[in-house]
Design a protein around this ligand. Sequence first.
Ligand SMILES: C=CC1=C(C)c2cc3[nH]c(cc4nc(cc5[nH]c(cc1n2)c(C)c5CCC(=O)O)C(CCC(=O)O)=C4C)c(C)c3C=C
Ligand SMILES: [Fe+2]
Ligand SMILES: [Fe+2]
Length: 373
Amino acid sequence: MRIAVVLFNLGGPDSPEAVRPFLRNLFTDPAILRMPAPLRAVLGRLIAWRRAPTARDVYARIGGRSPLLPLTESQAEALEAALAREGATARCFVAMRYWHPFAAATARAVREWGADRVLLLPLYPQYSTTTTGSSVTDWQAAADRAGLDLPTTELCCWHSDPGFADATAAILDRALAEARAALPPGTALRLLFSAHGLPEPIVKAGDPYQWQVEQSVAAVLRALDGRGTAAPEHVVCYQSRVTPQRWIGPDTEAEVKRAARDGVAVLVCPIAFVSEHSETLVELDIEYRELGHRLGLPGYFRVPAQNSDPGFIEALARLALRALDSGRPLCSFAGARQCPKRFGGCPHAAARERAGAGDAAGRAAGIPEQAAA
Ligand SMILES: C=CC1=C(C)c2cc3[nH]c(cc4nc(cc5[nH]c(cc1n2)c(C)c5CCC(=O)O)C(CCC(=O)O)=C4C)c(C)c3C=C
Ligand SMILES: [Fe+2]
Ligand SMILES: [Fe+2]
């Protein structure tokens, strides 16, 4: 049995010239800009054109290109090796949503390799209609066009997976120890869990992302506690607003300012990206760090993203094997529930849509906080 594991990620420009077409692909995606097709095509191009100079400046600060593809390829290689150690004949492919390699090329590569089965594995722990949902739709169209008609298993979300939480807590634990050692004794430290933001209307329409981010934070804090490390005070916040509409908050930048006012140091932990990219390397490592220094923050530290951390890759391999065992669309949540695809492919979305926003809403919807997978 030859298993193709298709890793989904967002993709990023590989040169300054690629920035505008990459942004055009992003802003004309119906999952991102929710309006009728003709209007979306016009407005999406306009927004891409307006955003391009800012985005080009961002990428210029990290060598003119996104690091996302090489880092995702390294994750693919490491995951393939981890699956081989478990005895699985699997090959890992990468399908990016907005820049090369696109799903079309990957679907052809999967067919040419002669796969018998496909596992779709999003490198987004939390499900959003704008990320995993969009990639799955894109893949299905690409697979149809490539004549790829194979048994396919989708992994929907893995926000509370204990393996993911443990691996993340181990990385956080090391960063916490380093930050505490670097600070003068008695300096208070606040942990900022920073996730990519989302326009508020998308969350109000039932997207489960924000709720799942809160669940990831809870799972990581439990895992940290399990390691015997006392977590400092923490906040969940959202970065990378790119459109003028209202986005979910609190804003990471506002939290850095608040910490400066409160005279506490911050340790920023990315919670919705599993590899470094422009927003961790520029927004977190340069812009907010400089802001903190300007405002007299007692200290600014950052937890590295998982990238190909061995504990994280082992966790991904276990997730992949569990999904393959189940053989059906899978949420790695509360005992591997299956996705009935009622709403955007994720049952949590449907529950959350009924309940409204926030963690309390999730509890009201009867969604357990503890992962049992
Ligand atoms: C309305 C616009 C956007 C939504 C919604 C959005 C959701 C979203 N994005 C990520 C993860 C990443 N986004 C990245 C870049 C990026 N995202 C947007 C816009 C939206 N994202 C833009 C315009 C850009 C380009 C960069 C810029 O102009 O500042 C990236 C990575 C990039 C890289 O290094 O190349 C990631 C990763 C998530 C998880 C998410 C929703 C949950
Ligand atoms: Fe984004
Ligand atoms: Fe799910």
